[in-house]
Design a protein. Sequence first.
Length: 202
Amino acid sequence: MKELVSNTAVSYEVQKEEQKEVLTRAEIVEQYGSQLEGNPSVYCGTYSKYNGGSLYGAWLDLTKFADYDEFMDICRQLHADEEDPEFMYQDFECFPRSLYCESCMGEDTFDKIIEYANLNDNEQEALHDFLDLGYEFDMDTFHDAYQGHFDSEEDFAEYIVSECYDLNNMMGSLASYFDYKAFARDLFYDYHMGNHGHVFRA
């Protein structure tokens, strides 16, 4: 009897899943669509449609999803006309290129994009420099390596000197002759500066 009840419950859950309402494309765009105004977004089509000459799909704002599972569910509903759609993320906006993949939007990648979206503008710019310098996307490494924003390598050298040395006591009147440019050259064997002026420890 207990087994019969258990099987009935499983059958009921399966029926509920099968009867789940599928949103139309218009409803998906209304609830999850992207206006391409700054939030990380992808255009979700399928390889089957693309190979058949169709670009049918939609721009989806990744910040509008509660989690990766909801994102994948909406992608499946968007292409409910296919029994087993192979999603093709044909374009992307507003997140680092290193996180973009045409066919492999896995949960780890999705979570990293949401981490990026939660950063402020300065942090996002710094992260772009970090990734452009060849570092892997890892927020712990990013925060550990980050030194701040500076106008130039020489500006960073002056900051290090002011924080770590007392040139007036060490050099007296000769302090004004200290060669910050040469010191900066030596420093940047151990540090890197990105295109936007953000500095990271090597």
